[in-house]
Design a protein around this ligand. Structure first.
Ligand SMILES: *Cc1c(COP(=O)(O)O)cnc(C)c1O
Length: 223
């Protein structure tokens, strides 16, 4: 199947109100352009340098989403153009994003990344840390960042019940947060292997890479 066919098939399956981020990390400009020509305009990357390079060389109506871990000292490279940062997991990082947004005379949209998986290595906040951050006076002073919602990644496993439980838990936090901040409207959860479960559990935005562009490498699943 071609990239175009993969993309169109996924779009066909996706409920209308779910946004699709085409995760194009490691993929070439030509591969991205194939999805672009099929109508896709939102692409996700997980490395700053790679995203900057692609932004500079590809059409300017592409919306670039940062889905990977962000080092504070690199926010300056994307401050001008990034359209949503999915992976904010500290107040320090949020302050730096705010600073770069001010420099570029704009607001930068962010999601707070929650830790919901069993793996120790994945980044993200727990529920207490999330509300602590949002209740802090410092957060209240950040006028150039907009929190649009939450992001999370489930455990990389074949155990669907485990995945479902983790997504349901994230959705419960999202709904609590929405009580406090009714303006939020993004729950970014679901990747190639688990996006259907994520949608059943309340996702509004899925981040799909390998099912569109083909596999990148072999990642070992945990049982
Ligand atoms: C790579 C990546 C994806 C896409 O993963 P696939 O399994 O290829 O769909 C989604 N979200 C994040 C944060 C990623 O790093």
């Amino acid at each position: 199947m071609s990239i175009k066919n993969n993309l169109l098939k996924i779009l066909d399956d996706l409920p209308q109100d779910i946004s699709l981020i085409a995760v194009s990390k490691t993929k070439t400009k030509e591969e991205i352009m194939e999805a672009y020509e099929a109508g896709q305009r939102i692409f996700g990357e997980n490395k700053i340098q790679e995203m900057v390079l692609k932004w500079s060389e590809l059409p300017k109506d592409i919306e670039w989403h940062m889905v990977g871990h962000v080092q504070r000292n690199k926010v300056k490279y994307i401050g001008e153009f990034v359209s949503l940062i999915h992976s904010v997991d500290s107040l320090k990082l949020l302050k730096e994003i705010n600073k770069q947004a001010i420099k570029n005379n704009r607001r930068i949209n962010c999601l707070l990344q929650m830790h919901i998986a069993q793996e120790q290595t994945k980044f993200g906040l727990n529920e207490a840390e999330l509300f602590h951050l949002l209740d802090s006076e410092e957060f209240g002073n950040l006028k150039n960042v907009t929190i649009q919602g939450l992001m999370g990644m489930a455990t990389f496993t074949d155990d669907e019940e485990q995945i479902r439980k983790e997504f349901a838990y994230l959705n419960s936090i999202y709904l609590k947060l929405k009580n406090k901040m009714p303006e939020i409207n993004v729950l970014s959860m679901g990747m190639s292997g688990d996006y259907k479960i994520a949608i059943e559990e309340g996702s509004t935005m899925v981040r799909i890479g390998s099912s569109i562009f083909g596999v990148r490498n072999n990642q070992a699943k945990i049982k």
